[in-house]
Design a protein around this ligand. Structure first.
Ligand SMILES: [Ca+2]
Ligand SMILES: [Ca+2]
Ligand SMILES: [Ca+2]
Ligand SMILES: [Ca+2]
Length: 337
């Protein structure tokens, strides 16, 4: 055994601290150190592991046909839950009722398999509980279960929740919510299915004006990414995963192209009251969104990163996107997810 002189030990600690600060590394952040020989050539080191996005089904597919789907709450009676099967081209089939009543004040989202049965699930905040409505694989859902760990004690006024395929690198889906004007990650707990670990605050005050858009892994690093739209001005932003740390870095997400007119904004919350991820609902490898209300109330709009006008790969921002009307009859909708 060789002891280290205390001065060297201290220097080691302060050098490391300096390195963390200079490289903006937070506690528990994973990072890699590239070791270079004195002549500047690389040491032969193995490539850093990339978290695998295993052979998951396309995100957001509740009936197993490979197309992302939509759910909605209508204003009939105490609120019913509807399932809309994606047709694979951005449009949706006629709705089926999958929840009988009592949904009016719930917040809903879907996507990811939280109970490990191979079917993607619906997740809803009902009252002060975050519940799993296990997908049956055909668009319907089974009896609800409160998430273990941190499924109780939710603020019953929360309206904005999304699920993401995996924002943390453990290959298990996670939940993101806006509560008390802040942004929170509830990491899914693969050892306690269906479970949630303790929430991590990932965004400071100012989030109430945003809608959340689950983006899957847009930039191809293995982590789900996040999009958000400011309801006041329509500006939308991209936040690259991993998402288990303060999300102060953001990139404008959209350049909306409509004929000759280009704008960096999406429609705002007045003109497009509902917006949600459509994942890749037309199967061209690029993320899409669904919105309701634009160009007349009750119209369904499909907002896509259009490879015809956007020659950059989808991880390049801002996207050049286009909107088209792909359905109607969405009057009396209270929420989509
Ligand atoms: Ca489907
Ligand atoms: Ca499931
Ligand atoms: Ca995860
Ligand atoms: Ca697409």
């Amino acid at each position: 055994m060789r002891t280290i002189p205390s001065a060297d030990n201290r220097k080691g600690g302060s050098d490391l601290e300096e390195f963390y600060r200079d490289n903006r590394i937070l506690d528990h952040d994973a990072f890699y150190v590239k070791v270079v020989k004195e002549d500047g050539t690389d040491m032969a080191l193995p490539a850093p592991p990339v978290p695998s996005r295993k052979n998951h089904e396309p995100m957001g597919d509740l009936n197993g046909d490979g197309n992302a789907d939509l759910i909605a709450i209508d204003s009939d009676g105490t609120g019913k839950l509807r399932f809309y099967a994606g047709r694979g081209d951005g449009s949706l089939a006629d709705p089926k009722q999958i929840g009988n009543g009592g949904w009016a004040h719930a917040a809903i989202t879907h996507g990811g398999d939280f109970n490990g049965d191979g079917n993607q699930d619906v997740v809803a905040r009902v009252g002060s509980e975050l519940r799993l409505y296990p997908g049956n694989g055909d668009g319907t859902v089974g009896a609800p279960q409160v998430f273990k760990g941190n499924g109780a004690g939710w603020d019953p006024s929360i309206t904005k929740i999304i699920t993401v395929d995996d924002a943390t690198g453990d290959d298990y889906p996670d939940v993101i919510a806006i509560s008390n004007n802040k942004l929170w990650l509830y990491p899914g707990d693969p050892d306690n299915k269906p479970g949630l670990k303790s929430p991590i605050q990932i965004g400071g005050a100012g989030w109430d004006k945003f809608d959340l858009i689950a983006l899957d892994d847009v930039d191809g690093d293995g982590y789900s990414d996040l999009g958000a739209r400011n309801r006041n001005d329509g500006m939308s932003y991209f936040y690259p995963g991993p998402l288990n740390h303060d999300l102060s870095q953001r990139t404008p997400m959209i350049r909306e192209q409509s004929g000759d007119r280009a704008t960096t904004r999406l429609y705002d919350g007045v003109n497009l009251p509902f917006i949600t991820s459509a994942h890749d609902s037309d199967g061209n490898g690029r993320m899409d969104m669904w919105g309701i209300g634009m160009m007349g109330r009750g119209k369904l709009n499909f907002i896509m990163d259009d490879p015809k006008v956007d020659k950059n790969p989808q991880g390049d921002f801002p996207w050049i996107s286009r909107s088209k009307e792909v359905g109607n009859g969405f009057n009396g909708i209270l929420a989509i997810g």
